[in-house]
Design a protein. Structure first.
Length: 275
């Protein structure tokens, strides 16, 4: 989607989850985010430059000219995962103690839990954010950690091929049947998230959401059909239409839920593309 900037500066932050954060009693921004000489403001500007020059092609970021403490990012679900072709939005706020403290994060979950690390409340559990217990080396380091590292970790470590194993201790006791079932449920929730985003995309990302689903609508519909028919394992349907030749034994519940969801998704994607 070359017509959209991967890093962009916009104005309207009114629907940002942290829009009311970092404000004084009188509704003014903290001085550290308005004083051009403050070390925090300079650090945020450095973060902007890192993002502008180094974002992976499937991550898009918007920052705000009047609220330099806020940031919004969208990660495009990767092929080969149950998140494929979905859009996953995250809001961040740099605290006044930044970079001594990590940024605050909120996932736009719409009440659904698509990953052990992403709660339905929007809480994001990640070592780099100091919200997930792990080795000290994986936690936020004020001297070297960046918001770019947070985004790349969310993309590669959270929205991955087998998120079932993100649950603590499950990585040591593999169970592919449970993992596959978990992926099926994740794809269902991802499709429901698509419907919500098509109806009400996040502010300043309206054009991006529209274009993304115009571009990927046909593939999403074909993948859904393949999963319903049991022609492909969820996440394994390929852009060229190739998939397993043998029938996949998915649960009757998964297929029934997909068949129920599919018509609404197809209509929404078709309307979006037509508009």
């Amino acid at each position: 989607m070359k017509e959209f900037k991967q890093f962009d500066i916009v104005s309207d932050y009114s629907d940002h989850y942290f829009a009311s954060s970092n404000l004084s009693l009188f509704g003014k921004k903290k001085y550290c985010f308005t004083n051009a000489n403050s070390s925090i403001l300079k650090t945020v500007m450095q973060e902007w430059k890192i993002l502008e020059n180094n974002l992976p092609e499937t991550i898009y970021v918007q920052v705000y000219d009047e609220r330099m403490d806020l940031l919004r990012a969208v990660i495009v679900g990767a092929a080969g995962t149950p998140y494929h072709d979905g859009l996953f939005f995250f809001d961040f706020a740099f605290p006044p103690s930044y970079p001594n403290s990590p940024p605050n994060a909120h996932y736009h979950a719409h009440g659904m839990r698509l990953n052990p690390n992403l709660y339905s409340s929007g809480k994001v559990c990640l070592s780099l954010l100091n919200t997930w217990i792990s080795e000290k080396e994986a936690e936020w380091n004020p001297c070297s950690s960046t918001i770019l590292q947070v985004l790349v970790s969310l993309q590669g470590l959270v929205l991955n091929e087998k998120p079932y194993y993100n649950e603590p201790d499950l990585s040591n006791s593999p169970n592919e049947m449970f993992s596959k079932s978990y992926n099926n449920n994740i794809f269902l929730l991802s499709c429901r998230t698509m419907l919500i985003l098509l109806r009400k995309p996040p502010m300043s990302f309206e054009g991006f959401v529209h274009k993304h689903f115009c571009t990927r609508a046909n593939f999403i519909v074909q993948a859904c059909r393949a999963y319903i028919k049991g022609c492909a394992i969820v996440g394994n349907y390929q852009d060229n239409g190739s998939h397993s030749s043998s029938t996949i034994e998915d649960s009757a519940e998964f297929k029934a839920l997909m068949e129920e969801l599919y018509p609404n998704l197809e209509i929404a994607l078709t309307k979006n593309a037509a508009s």
